[in-house]
Structure formats: structure tokens, C-alpha cells
Design a protein around this ligand. Structure first.
Ligand code: CCH
Length: 299
């Protein structure tokens, strides 16, 4: 066990937890990033409720939200870290795991501050339905992200999270990765979004998404590549495609596709803001609103 406050030791253990041969693309990184984002993305500016403080996903009321399907894997992968550093709160651990994963996968260093507390019961868990629905479009993205206090530019920057990981039919209904190397953080998502031809398809279970089928794949009669591994088409969600059909989102997609440094800079700022939503700190960085309607009490 590390001494309380030794976040460097926690970071090291999170990094050591990333490698997961046999799970998805071999890394827990993407699911950690999604866990961090969904823990924070419930924030509602108007009522000052939700957000990463509290770690309400430990309770069925929030954890069982269909939008959070699959994130139990991410939480389970972090249990050994919690066991080794029992003094860290889940709310801090989940946000830190997202930040460490992004960095370890080649992304930017995102500023992170500690001090979040965990709810002791589910009485202050935010209501379900606050996270975005990928089957919808630009208006829905604005409804959800403006509610948290984000701008159009920040919406597009954050969507760059889809450089990582994949969709799982048994979690969200969607299927496949966005990019060819889904465990390396880059601006590839934006380049593919702009440059490939995306075709709307209906999956066997009725869910609609966009796919790109590499024409070279058509030559391979059995759909297998040389290694004998099954090739999967790349995919985009309806909400991803909304980023290129909406006239105010599109210019940011183009800029991030062209300029990786700009994307990294804007992503860093937007993600740092995301994981601090609803948290107010004093000059020393201590959270001053842990006992308000948003937050919890240390368990
Ligand atoms: Fe996302 N995301 N996301 N996303 N997301 C999914 C997976 C990941 C939406 C829908 C989905 C962000 C924003 C949005 C990640 C990061 C971010 C999936 C598939 C859906 C659906 C889930 C599954 O089947 O496992 C929608 C809609 C929005 C609206 O903007 C933001 C913001 C971020 C982070 C900055 C990551 C990473 C994944 C991959 C997870 C994994 O397990 O591989």
C-alpha cells in the first residue's frame, strides 16, 4: 500500500493495468477513457448536479443506465489499483485512469487534480438519460453538451475521443472501431471522417451506423487478411457524421484533421474541463463543495 496522496504510485499502477492481451484491441485504455468521460458527462449546469464527483456509477441507478453498458469492465480492471491504494476515492481513480490512459496511448498530458469524494448511497445519483444517444444528430449533441457548458468547438474536440476504442454490439448496439489503430491517440478520426466515403448500413439487429469498406477487402474472398484475422470495416456513429454535416461543427473537424497539435491542445483543455465540471476549488486546489447537492461524503 502506498502512502495516502502518492498519486504517482497510482498513476504507475494504472499504466500497468492497461495491457490486456485478449481483451478488445489488447488494451484497457479506451474503456478507461470512456469511464472517465461518462462519470463526468452527467453534469447539468442549471441544477449543478451530476459530474465526476461522487462516483455514482457504483450504484445501479447510474451504473445500470444503458448508456453505461460495458463500463463495468473498466471499473473491474481498476479494482486491483483501488486495492493497492485504498485511500484514493473511486471518483478520483476513474478520472485519473482516463488521463493516464490518454497519455500512455500517445496522447497529451491532461491536467488532473485530486479531491473528489464518493457518494455513500444512491440518493444523489444523477438521473439516467443525461449521456448522449449516438443514434441522434447535431441538435442532440448541442442539447447534451451545452447543458454541461461546452461550446461547438469543444464538442468537436471532445469527439476526438473516438480515435480510441471501439463499439460493441452487446453494449451499445453499434459495432467496430473508428480507426485502424484504436489504441493510439491521434487526430486520425477527423481525417477519416472527412476523407473516406461513409455508407449508412443497418446491422442485423436493426441498428443503423456508417461504415467504410476498404475496397482491397473485396479481393479477399473469405474476408480474412494474410494473418488470418478477420478484417472489420471502420465505422462512424450517426452523431459522428453530424460533425461533418453541421455547418458550425465542420470547420473544426477540418482544422483538427489538418493540425494535430491544435487538436491535442483543444482536447486537453476540453477534457480537463469535463472532469472538473461541478467542482469548485479554493486557491490551494481543495474542493470546497463536497457536501453540496452534487457531491458526496468520503466513504
Ligand atoms: Fe464515445 N462512444 N460518444 N466518447 N467513446 C462509444 C465508445 C467510446 C458517443 C457514443 C459512443 C465521447 C462522446 C460520445 C469514447 C470516448 C468518448 C460508443 C460505443 C458509443 C455508442 C460503446 C460500446 O459499444 O462499447 C456519443 C454519442 C458521444 C457524443 O458526443 C467523448 C466526449 C469521449 C471522450 C473524450 C471511447 C474512448 C470509446 C471506446 C470505448 C471502448 O470500450 O473501446
Amino acid at each position: 500500500m502506498s502512502s495516502p496522496g502518492d498519486y504517482e504510485a497510482v498513476r504507475k499502477d494504472i499504466a500497468a493495468q492497461l495491457k490486456k492481451p485478449g481483451y478488445d484491441d489488447g488494451s484497457a485504455g479506451p474503456v478507461f477513457v470512456r469511464l472517465a468521460w461518462h462519470s463526468a458527462g452527467t453534469y447539468d449546469l442549471e441544477t449543478d448536479t451530476g459530474g465526476s464527483n461522487g462516483a455514482g456509477m457504483r450504484y445501479e441507478a447510474e451504473g445500470g443506465d444503458p448508456a453505461n453498458a460495458g463500463l463495468a469492465h473498466g471499473r473491474a480492471f481498476l479494482e486491483p489499483v483501488k486495492e493497492r491504494h485504498p485511500w484514493i476515492t473511486y471518483a478520483d481513480l476513474w478520472t485519473l485512469a482516463g488521463v493516464v490512459a490518454i497519455k500512455e496511448m500517445g496522447g497529451p498530458e491532461i491536467p488532473w487534480q485530486s479531491g473528489r469524494t464518493d457518494l455513500v448511497d444512491d440518493s444523489k445519483v444523477p438521473p439516467r438519460g443525461r449521456l448522449p444517444d449516438a443514434a441522434l444528430g447535431a441538435q442532440h449533441l448541442r442539447d447534451v453538451f451545452y447543458r454541461m457548458g461546452f461550446t461547438d468547438q469543444e464538442i468537436v474536440a471532445l469527439a476526438g475521443g473516438h480515435n480510441l476504442g471501439r463499439c460493441h454490439a452487446d453494449r451499445s448496439g453499434f459495432q467496430g472501431p473508428w480507426v485502424n489503430n484504436p489504441t493510439r491517440f491521434s487526430n486520425q478520426f477527423f481525417r477519416l471522417l472527412l476523407n473516406l466515403e461513409w455508407k449508412l448500413v443497418t446491422l442485423p439487429h436493426g441498428v443503423q451506423q456508417y461504415i467504410y469498406e476498404d475496397p482491397d477487402m473485396a479481393d479477399e474472398a473469405d474476408g480474412d487478411d494474410e494473418d488470418g484475422e478477420k478484417e472489420e470495416p471502420l465505422m462512424m456513429l450517426p452523431t459522428d457524421i453530424a460533425l461533418i454535416t453541421d455547418p458550425d461543427f465542420l470547420p473544426w473537424v477540418k482544422r483538427y484533421a489538418e493540425d494535430k497539435d491544435l487538436f491535442f491542445d483543444h482536447f486537453t483543455k476540453a477534457f480537463a474541463k469535463l472532469i472538473e465540471l461541478g467542482i469548485r476549488r479554493d486557491e490551494q486546489g481543495h474542493i470546497i463543495n463536497t457536501d453540496n447537492k452534487l457531491g458526496g461524503y468520503v466513504s
